[in-house]
Design a protein around this ligand. Sequence first.
Ligand code: ADP
Ligand code: SF4
Length: 705
Amino acid sequence: MNVNNHPLKATQLSSQADAYDILFEPVEIGPVTARNRFYQVPHACGMGHLKPRAHAAMRAVKAQGGWAVVSTEETEIHPSSDLSPFAEQRIWDDHDIPALRLMVDAVHAQGALAAIELVHNGYHATNHYSRIPPLAPGEMSLNTNYPRQARAMDKQDIIGLRRWHMQAAKRAKKAGFDIVYVYAGHGMTLAQQFLIPRFNQRIDEYGGSLQNRSRLTRELLEETKDAIGDKCAIAFRFAVDELMGEDGMQAVEEGHEIVSLLAELPDLWDVNVSGWENDSLTTRFGLEEGYQVSYTKHVKSITSKPVVSVGCFSSPDKMAALVKGKVTDFIGAARPSIADPYLPEKIRDDRVDEIRECIGCNICVSSETLGIPIRCTQNPTMGEEWRRKWHPEIIRPRVSDRSTLVVGAGPAGLECALQLGRRGYHVMVAEASDEIGGRALHESRLHGLSAWRRVCDNRLYELNQKANVDIFRLSQLTANDIVDTDASAVFFATGAKWRRDGVGRSNRREIPGLENIIVHTPDDIMNGVNPGNLPVVIFDDEQGYMGGVIAEQFGATFSDVTIITSASVVSPFTIQTLEQERVQSSLIKKGVKIRTGEIVARAQDDAVETRCLFSGRRQLVACKILVLVTQRTSNNDLLSTIKEADFSSLRQHITHIEAIGDALAPGLIADAVFSGHLAAQNFEGDTREIEQALFRREIPAIPAD
Ligand code: ADP
Ligand code: SF4
């Protein structure tokens, strides 16, 4: 019996769809109306004013995917709020309007409202480009490591700031935006800095009482409304709690009081928690769907205006319950809209199982902090909408009836197979083990990384629906096996393994003496090897997340754990994902000994010898077990064999051979997924186009003389 045709199943489906109807009701926001309750809140994307075409195309895909409101990232209102070298939006003067209008028009064309988040960043902006001294409620050092200070704003500065904000709002209206934000959140904005006593110690009418500290925000809200409120809705983005207890703003104390004071001024409340590392908490450190609701749920009972809540929502049941329970009016999302721009459409069309769920890894955030266009582990098309013309749901059809073989079912192999399958090719996927998922699955077994298995779960689900895709488990292919298939195109997604000899960025040759000691690699730990309660040393020369994850895992169980890193902090890459402070804090709390700026130079019985990278000083550290997190080696023996001359006659029918993912060059899971996607997109493409135009670039137009 086909379960989809079963009458009970049909009833379930329609009643399920009815249950979600509430999510597709239109909602009025001041003078404008959102077509449903899905609201893409402002989020950074590393494109900003530098890549306006890419930005417009990315936001347009979200509007196409069903989001009723699509917002910009933060938009600097004045050169004294200059976040260079990071690429935010800018609305410094009328010259910025055309670039912003690109996004507005693209979003409107898909039936959504366009929102703009105006910001003055106060002491958070270093003003590297404009060189204007930063502004703040009082004289203070910046929260970057640049040794410059912000100067205290006087009354004239405050009047100036209000004027800039109003002028920016008028420009936003001119650009066509439907919703214009006043922004007090993420520890990044002047309005918020005036609200919080540790930043605002003024003794005039802008400091002291809460009434006084909220004066600037009130003025900004009122003046923005007066200036453009006839046509545009005014949204207020507000962090109700800083998650610092008594040391910061708390929802139950001043957070809710501020909502009461300003309750009816904006047309919409967009509420969250602060700073950014709390709002964009990762799954590694406790992110669960709806994790912010306990802080924000009272806002709706205080104001009659619509409320947007965020919390990495992807389950329609939870969303509908929140709306029915009058906790929120809109389902706000940044990361879920990045991982799956079509989330609303999939809910509306009863395709919930196809939703690509965010894994909470913050690789998207790292793009912003690195100053590069956005990318996403789950959605390889994110950021590629304009420059590579990729789309999360649409891919060009096959150009022949060739049969394809993907060897290895890790993130790269699965993504490649999925996209080849979507294109309509016959795809065989051979996986050596009985489990599908490769490193995404293996790494998901490590401390805090369980959500990472969603990378394989989602793809496997979709592959299983496809009649043109066959998956073979327990199929460790040899070169002979490969030539025996009828595949004429073979993609090698065979992954990589961690090195056991210590070669890495600091030791370009094998670490001497390793034969004297028990050595493990991350692969061993993922395979369940348990070092026991012996002195364990983790040598992290890779500087990604892996060394810190293993140290945390061991620190939770064992008493004598040391991490030695060649970096100056543990897991420096996690600064980009906003996790580093939590990583180091967790290790310290677990009693893990941390040695920075050192490498393991040699091993001997019961000890390793370290070398300080700065002074050259050598020391012995007790060690029975050494875990080497240094470098990986691609598994490309099979590929080499196939390419050997002996095979040339046997493999004449194989005209396309390509390594992808970690088998090509080890990197992040996001890199492997991207690599698999790229190979499937390019397969049987126009080689000239692929070689000459890897992607389109946004080059400033310079008029001819
Ligand atoms: P990536 O991140 O590039 O996707 P992974 O290491 O996650 O790489 O996945 C590689 C997958 O390839 C693993 O699941 C591994 O079992 C599989 N594999 C490696 N060699 C072979 C082979 N010869 N035949 C089939 N599968 C293989
Ligand atoms: Fe989610 Fe990671 Fe994608 Fe960001 S990069 S949207 S956290 S899956």
